[in-house]
Structure formats: C-alpha cells, structure tokens
Design a protein around this ligand. Structure first.
Ligand SMILES: [Zn+2]
Length: 91
C-alpha cells in the first residue's frame, strides 16, 4: 500500500512530465516552422543520447565522487555517502 506522500510524489512527477511534453511539442513546432525534418530531430536525439557513451534513450551526466572515485548520477554518492556538490569533479 502506497503512502500518501508517494501518491503526491507521483502526481507531481506526472504534472512535470506533462509540462515537459508540452514544452517539447512547442519547441518541435518552432523547428517544423523553420523547415526542419523529423529525420533531423532523430539524428540529433541519437547524437545527444550517444554523448554519454550509451545509446539507451537517456542522457546521463556522470560525475566522479572525489572521495571514492565512483561515477554517480545523483548529488549523493550511493557508494560512500559523500555529497557530490561538496566535492564536484567532472568525469
Ligand atoms: Zn563516493
């Protein structure tokens, strides 16, 4: 059984996803108005997707934990507990 907080969290995520979808549709409409094609969009999506080393429909910004060296995606190292904002270093 989900807690009340989890339901509110899901509602907030759904609202944010809906808004991001709306923003994306608006941006895409500008590109269509300027003659860009869906093929160009897909090429750019793949280019950005691959920029983190993986073609996995995600673009993940990895940072190195300065304490243990692990590559992490959050502001909190899941391996040693260090707050990454305190010791930020690009991978
Ligand atoms: Zn660490």
């Amino acid at each position: 059984m989900e807690s009340h907080g989890s339901i509110e969290g899901m509602d907030d995520l759904r609202h944010r996803l809906d808004y991001l979808t709306l923003v994306t549709e608006a941006l895409w409409s500008f590109l269509l108005d300027h003659g860009h094609t869906e093929a160009e969009l897909l090429d750019r999506i793949n280019e950005i997707d691959l920029s983190d080393g993986r073609l996995d429909h995600r673009h993940v910004h990895l940072v190195a934990c300065a304490n243990c060296g692990a590559a992490v995606t959050t502001d909190h190292c899941q391996f040693c507990g260090t707050h990454i904002h305190d010791v930020f270093a690009p991978v």
